[in-house]
Design a protein around this ligand. Structure first.
Ligand code: KMH
Ligand code: ZN
Length: 306
């Protein structure tokens, strides 16, 4: 069984690559807005900030290190939070392009997606909105262009380019039970040393369904595969964000919130900012008897380079 922990790490994923500025005025895409929201999220209690960049002109996703350079130093200057740089890129980028920001930034953490999959927001996860998923027809007919590619060769490439010797701790993004077995295979092959940090992800179409039974199943499977050699966090996309985060804290795990994963703060109500979501989950964590980890405590818990 993974160790019962006393503190809960809150990660905040500030902007991501999926939502568009047309969906919410709160979604930051200019560098100054990404920096402001990241700093406010840290002040509200996030000890890890997961970051993507956007093109400041139109808000489209960017993997250009130049765009990261315009907000990362500002965030580092203003907060002590752990920086976690995405290697997710967009569905159109090569892995070499996707890791360019993390290679430049040499952050304490970066994401590493543990399997290839179809990828879209999940209609069943969206219990907070009445958005019509008008992409469904397009998705069914044109999904050849929507494959999120993370082959074993891709994973090994990222491990070699950023892992051992570079001091970056990976957040292993697991969207389904099979991804846990992929991680185990990679560990057995010597790509990653324990303890590993796993993000269990729910609410993405192409991954495991957003049911609490599946969270228990993911955790039990991880306990069996990794024993004491892992720590974990939960990310629920769309309307399952807060319910899954709440359940995770009660099972002894860590949580991720942020506008990358959901634009809402409650049913039918857009969040005003990332910090608003961090504040909400912080209250839930504390009301339910847990303590929120500081950045220093998160570094110690995850054995980061600091
Ligand atoms: N967008 C999330 C579902 C990444 O950036 O590499 C997962 C994620 C992956 O944050
Ligand atoms: Zn991300």
């Amino acid at each position: 069984m993974s160790r019962r922990q006393l503190k809960t790490i809150i990660t905040c994923a500030i902007t991501g690559a999926i939502h568009t500025p047309t969906m919410s005025d709160a979604l930051p895409y200019r560098p100054e807005d990404i920096a402001d929201q990241a700093v406010a999220a840290a002040e509200a209690g996030a000890s890890i900030l997961h970051l993507h960049a956007r093109n400041p002109e139109n808000g489209s996703v960017s993997i250009d290190p130049e765009h990261f350079k315009r907000f990362l130093p500002v965030i580092k200057q203003a907060t002590d939070a752990v920086i976690n740089v995405s290697t997710g890129g967009s569905l159109l980028n090569t892995m070499e392009e996707r890791i360019a920001p993390a290679k430049w930034a040499s952050p304490e953490m970066c994401s590493l997606n543990m399997g290839s999959m179809n990828f879209s927001m999940h209609p069943l996860a969206d219990r907070y909105t009445e958005w019509k998923f008008d992409w469904e027809e397009d998705y069914l007919r044109n999904s050849d262009s929507y494959i999120f590619r993370n082959t074993f060769a891709d994973i090994a490439y990222v491990a070699e380019q950023l892992g051992e010797g570079h001091g970056v701790k990976f957040e292993h993004e697991c969207y389904d039970v099979g991804h846990l077995y992929n991680l185990k295979f990679c560990m057995d092959s010597g790509l990653f040393k324990p303890p590993v940090f796993i993000q269990f992800i729910f609410g993405i179409l192409g991954g495991i369904g957003p049911d609490i039974d599946n969270l228990i199943f993911m955790k039990r499977t991880a306990d069996r595969l990794f024993g004491d050699n892992y720590q974990w966090s939960v990310l629920g996309a769309g309307g399952v964000q807060m319910p899954f985060a709440t359940t995770a804290t009660q099972l002894g795990g860590n949580v991720r919130v942020g506008l990358e994963d959901s634009l809402m703060i409650a049913r039918g109500k857009l969040a005003k900012s990332n910090a608003e979501q961090v504040t909400k989950i912080r209250h839930i964590v504390e009301e339910l008897g847990c303590e929120v980890a500081t950045p220093e405590e998160a570094r110690e818990m995850l054995d980061l380079k600091g």
